[in-house]
Design a protein around this ligand. Structure first.
Ligand code: SF4
Length: 356
């Protein structure tokens, strides 16, 4: 009996903690990740998406993606940063990926393609991806620090700033301060989860993009590498003579570095390997808050899947609180309804997990 009381108290505590996070859209940032397809051309041991060549090739409908972009636009602390992942994102038809990408970029938002990079080996796929990148028109965003922006604004006498008005000041700022494209190509590079060839795939992608006049300022190059493969990255990316990486700057926390390839800046990010299957469900359910990108209390990443479900990206990669994003009549649920349904699902899953 006392065990049941203790469990119900735990569930209540969990429910109030989760409720305080999910509904606090002013203090937690909101981000969206669309798994456009779960199909992948590779078979990696430990793939937390259960992706692979035998998975159906169905894709997340562009009309659903478009609906939810508009829905999230109304959320106060939405970052306007969107990730397209998979499976392998470029194993989906490229005209479909392009239509989805326009939906994000044409709003002036940030888009990141997360890829295993293997498309570079397939001449037909490579040409299709390059042609698509050429047609996309990402906006540019300021990449100046807050201090640089402040210094810039302080140099303009107040009466002149008043006459110019905020719109012209902003245009001026974009002209004078460093800017960057709102489109990222992020490649997974490691020799633990992914094939070691991923380093060469990235090198070939980097060479292709930085030597293409139309793409070199349009596509930001990024890599994601496991900490356990950091040495591999040093040897086969930074040490690859094909890339001739220069100006390597390491972040103080060692989780990131910046370097130049052929005059273009590239960024590398590092994270720990997680054996998803070995993490307890309670740990997954308790870690739905991602590190903040700015000054917020943290981030909630909503992940949409081609099977018409949505869940939170938990700290251990697997989505939790997953629910259908359409109701019984096939109508898309509002953001408020998603919040409610995902909250209910998380609490239910937690109650189940602790009673086992
Ligand atoms: S490349 Fe990524 S999505 Fe594809 S099987 Fe490997 S880990 Fe899974």
């Amino acid at each position: 009996m006392s065990m049941i009381v203790a469990d119900s108290q735990k569930v209540q505590d969990y429910a109030s903690k989760v409720s305080n996070i999910i509904y606090d859209t002013a203090n937690y940032e909101t981000e969206v990740l669309f798994y456009l397809t779960q199909h992948c051309n590779l078979v990696c041991d430990g793939c937390y998406m259960q992706a692979g060549p035998d998975v159906p090739r169905n894709t997340l409908p562009v009309s659903d993606l478009s609906f939810y972009l508009s829905e999230f636009d109304k959320v106060p602390n939405f970052t306007h940063g969107v990730v397209f992942s998979g499976g392998e994102v470029f194993s989906a038809p490229i005209n479909y990926v392009e239509a989805a990408a326009h939906n994000v970029l044409d709003r002036g938002w940030q888009l990141q393609f997360k890829t295993n990079g293997s498309w570079i080996q397939n001449p037909q796929k490579r040409d299709a991806v390059v042609a698509m990148l050429g047609r996309l028109q990402p906006h540019r965003g300021l990449c100046a620090t807050e201090d640089e922006v402040l210094q810039f604004l302080q140099r303009i006498p107040k009466p002149i700033a008043r006459v110019l008005g905020p719109k012209i000041l902003e245009m001026w700022m974009y002209h004078k301060l460093p800017t960057t494209s709102m489109l990222d190509m992020a490649v997974s590079v490691d020799d633990l989860l992914h094939p070691a060839k991923s380093a060469q795939w990235f090198a070939d992608i980097a060479e292709l993009i930085t030597s293409n006049r139309r793409l070199r300022n349009k596509v930001n190059l990024k890599t994601f590498t496991l900490n356990e493969s950091a040495e591999f990255f040093e040897n086969y990316v930074l040490g690859n003579p094909q890339l001739g990486a220069t100006n390597v700057v390491r972040a103080k926390n060692k989780n990131a570095l910046r370097y130049d390839i052929n005059g273009c800046q590239a960024e590398a990010y590092f994270g720990d390997y997680v054996d998803v299957g070995k993490v307890s469900p309670v740990d997954k359910l308790s870690n739905i808050v991602m590190p903040s990108l700015g000054d917020s209390a943290g981030r909630l990443v909503y992940c949409f899947y081609p099977d018409k479900t949505v869940g939170f990206d938990c700290y251990y990669l697997e989505s939790v609180g997953r629910v259908p994003y359409v109701d019984g009549q096939g109508r898309r649920k509002s953001f408020a309804r998603l919040q409610r349904d995902m909250y209910t699902q998380l609490v239910l899953d937690y109650a189940r997990a602790i009673s086992k």
